[in-house]
Design a protein around this ligand. Structure first.
Ligand code: NAD
Ligand code: UDP
Length: 345
C-alpha cells in the first residue's frame, strides 16, 4: 500500500525540512510546496540524500495560489496538511507589516479554500504552525494554552489571526479538524548534519548567531541585556530540538488521522535556559569559550518564556526527548560541516 501523503506548505524551510525527514521515518510520503522566498533550493538535494528520490516529492510554487494547492491535494490524495508557509522575522514585520499580513494571511486563506473545495464531505485535516509569540509577555510561567493572547508585533498578529481563521473555519465546517501547534524556540539540526538552520544575512535569533560565532563567521555575540529579572540577568527561553518539534508534527498528524478532535497545543520542553547557559553549553560542545559582550536590551524582548507542555503529553502523547547539550551538538555538527550553510552544498 502506498505511504499516506502529507502536504507541507513551506516545506523547504528550517522546520519543514526536518519535519519531512521525521514524516518519512514514520512511513509517510512528505509532499513539499515552497516558493523559496526564505529557503535555499539546495535543501532539496540534501533531502534526496537523506530520503532517496522516492521518499518525498517537492514543488516550486506559491502557497497563496489556491489552484496550485488544489492540484497538489488531488494529485497526491493528500491525507493531511501541515501549514508552515509564512514570513517569520519579527523586526522585518515591524518594517513591512503589509507584506507580512498579505503573505501569511493569503497563504492560509488559499489553503482553507483549497481544502474546502477539494475535500468533499471530509477535507484533509490541518496542522497549523503557530508560535509562543502569541502569548506576548506572559503573566506567569510555565505558560498554559489558556493564557491570554497578547501579540506585540505584526508577525505575532498574523499568527493570532491565523489561529482565529482556523477556529472560525472549523466552526463553519464541522466535519473538518485542525490542530494548532504553538512552538517555543526550535534550535538544532538533524543528527546527520546534512540539513539545518541557514538564515539569510545576520541571524535574528540566538542559536544561529552563536553557531556563526563558533564557526568564525562573527567575532562575538551581543547579549541583549544582563539586567533581566532572571538568575543570571539574561533572557530565558524554552529551547526545543527541531527533531523533537518535527516528531511533534508527526504525532499531530497521527492523532488527526486517528480521528482526534481539534485542539491547541504548546510544543516546548517546559524548561527555560538563559542566554549565558546556552552560550556555555555551546562552548563546551565546540571546545572553546565563545566571545560575547553585554549590550542593551532588544526592543520588545521579554524576560522569561517557557511552556507548560502537559497538554502535548495528554493529547498527542508527545514530549521532548533531547536536552540542551544534544541541541548544541547537532547544531554544531551542521554548522561545522556547512560553515556557510547551504552555499557549501
Ligand atoms: P522558514 O522561513 O525556514 O520556513 C518557512 C518556509 O515558507 C520558507 O521555506 C519560505 O520560503 C516558505 N514560504 C513563505 N511564504 C511562502 C509562500 N507564499 N509560498 C510558498 N512558500 C512560502 O521558517 P521556519 O522556522 O521553518 O518556520 C516554519 C513555520 O513555523 C512558520 O509558520 C513560522 O512562523 C513558524 N514558527 C517558527 C518558529 C521559529 O523559531 N523558527 C517559532 C514559532 C513558529
Ligand atoms: N539574544 C541575544 N543576542 C542575540 C539574539 C538573541 O542576547 O543576538 C537573546 C534574546 O534577547 C532572548 C534570547 O536570546 O533573550 C532568545 O532570542 P531569540 O530571538 O532567539 O528568540 P525569541 O526572543 O524570539 O524567543
Amino acid at each position: 500500500m502506498a505511504a499516506p501523503a502529507v502536504l507541507l506548505t513551506g516545506g523547504a524551510g528550517y522546520i519543514g525540512s526536518h519535519t519531512a525527514v521525521a514524516l518519512a521515518d514514520a512511513g509517510y510520503c512528505p509532499v513539499l510546496l515552497d516558493n523559496f522566498c526564505n529557503a535555499d533550493r539546495r535543501v532539496v538535494g540534501r533531502l534526496h540524500e537523506l530520503l532517496g528520490s522516492d521518499g518525498f516529492a517537492w514543488h516550486d510554487g506559491d502557497a497563496r495560489e489556491a489552484r496550485t494547492l488544489c492540484a497538489l491535494l488531488r494529485r497526491y490524495r493528500i491525507a493531511a496538511v501541515i501549514h508552515f508557509a509564512a514570513l517569520k522575522a519579527v523586526g522585518e514585520s515591524v518594517a513591512q507589516p503589509l507584506r507580512y499580513f498579505e503573505n501569511n494571511g493569503n497563504c492560509l486563506v488559499a489553503l482553507l479554500q483549497a481544502l474546502a473545495a477539494e475535500g468533499g464531505g471530509s477535507p484533509a485535516p490541518l496542522v497549523y504552525s503557530s508560535s509562543a509569540t502569541v502569548y506576548g509577555d506572559p503573566d506567569r510561567v510555565p505558560i498554559p494554552e489558556s493564557a491570554p493572547l497578547r501579540p506585540t508585533n505584526p508577525y505575532a498578529w498574523t499568527k493570532v489571526l491565523g489561529e482565529q481563521l482556523v477556529l472560525a473555519q472549523r466552526a463553519a465546517q464541522t466535519a473538518w479538524r485542525a490542530v494548532i501547534l504553538r512552538y517555543f524556540n526550535p534550535v538544532g539540526a538533524h543528527p546527520s548534519g546534512r540539513i539545518g538552520e541557514d538564515p539569510q544575512g545576520i541571524p535574528n535569533n540566538l542559536m544561529p548567531f552563536v553557531q556563526q560565532v563558533a564557526v568564525g563567521r562573527r567575532a562575538h555575540l551581543t547579549v541583549f541585556g544582563s539586567d533581566w529579572p532572571t538568575p543570571d540577568g539574561t533572557g530565558v527561553r524554552d529551547y526545543l530540538h527541531v527533531m523533537d518539534l518535527a516528531e511533534g508534527h508527526v504525532r499531530a498528524v497521527d492523532y488527526l488521522r486517528a480521528g482526534g478532535v481539534s485542539d491547541i497545543v504548546n510544543l516546548g520542553t517546559g524548561r527555560g535556559h538563559s542566554v549565558l547557559q546556552l552560550l556555555g553549553a555551546f562552548g563546551s560542545v565546540c571546545g572553546r569559550e565563545l566571545a560575547y559582550r553585554i549590550g542593551p536590551r532588544r526592543a520588545g524582548d521579554i524576560a522569561v518564556c517557557y511552556a507548560d507542555p502537559s497538554r502535548a503529553r495528554s493529547v498527542l502523547g508527545w514530549e521532548a526527548r533531547r536536552d540542551l547539550r544534544q541541541m548544541c551538538e547537532d547544531a554544531w555538527r551542521w554548522q561545522r560541516s556547512n560553515p556557510n550553510g547551504y552555499s557549501d552544498a
